[in-house]
Write a protein of this length. Sequence first.
Length: 319
Amino acid sequence: MTRAFVFPGQGAQSIGMGRDLALAYPAAMQVFEAVDDALGEALSTTIWQGDADELTLTRNAQPALMAASLAALRALEAEGLDVARDAAFVAGHSLGEYSALVAAGALALGDAARLLRTRGEAMQSAVPVGEGAMAALLGLDFEAAQAVAEAAAEGQVCEAANDNDPGQVVVSGHKDAVERATRIAKERGAKRAMLLPVSAPFHCRLMAPAADRMAEALAEVAIADPAVPLIANVTAAPVRTADDIRRLLVAQVTGSVRWRESVERMARDGVTGIWEIGAGKALSGMVRRIDKTLDTRAVGTPEQVAEAIQSLQERPEDV
């Protein structure tokens, strides 16, 4: 089996995520401590004992989800996993790219935490609250969803933001335009078209101020070539150099998350198994809808870590 390790994005967060891993593995606890130190606050308290609405704030959710993902990865590494040896690719959904880059040794953990705090704040402040929106269109393929977005724009911004799987595309832009898109989508045969409970219109042109801010922040951070290639959101293609990573992380703020194409690319390049490392199972569900032949595994609890390591030990030829 040739594996890829993938990392979830916003929406996967939940109170308590990663706590059992931190209690079971010192290396996982060290991740949360390092993120707290980098941010100068006890984000781990918010993650484990806080209010769900506070955790869901973009400025908190982004570094929190990265911390949960890296805690799970460090637990796997404590049991013998090696990313450079055991993964052909890494990838992440939106903010999950930062988790993937830490996993591949391209970004330091503390730098990733600070970048994601900046990213969350920049994305939240790019558009006044109430002026933007996002909506999920279910039952339309990407081309049909793009056509809906174009028809709904009417001089405003409405763009396909996330191509998640063959039947789920998210559109983003001005609130009026996105609301029009939900009506047009239903007229054109969508099974469902619903506004999402998000505070800003991510991954569209309205995020340009946030992209400018991230370009400045990323220019000040050390980035190394990854130990294994990253499948980038905005190109759905392998990235192997620090310069390309820096450029694409800026482009990602306004660009579409091409997740369906990313999974298809990994499969074409020989990946047969995908491990979702961190909170939830959303990416695993998407992967199964994209390619049912891929073996999927979610790894976010001590029990799932043990099962994942057992699967490696049962197939010594894969290690």
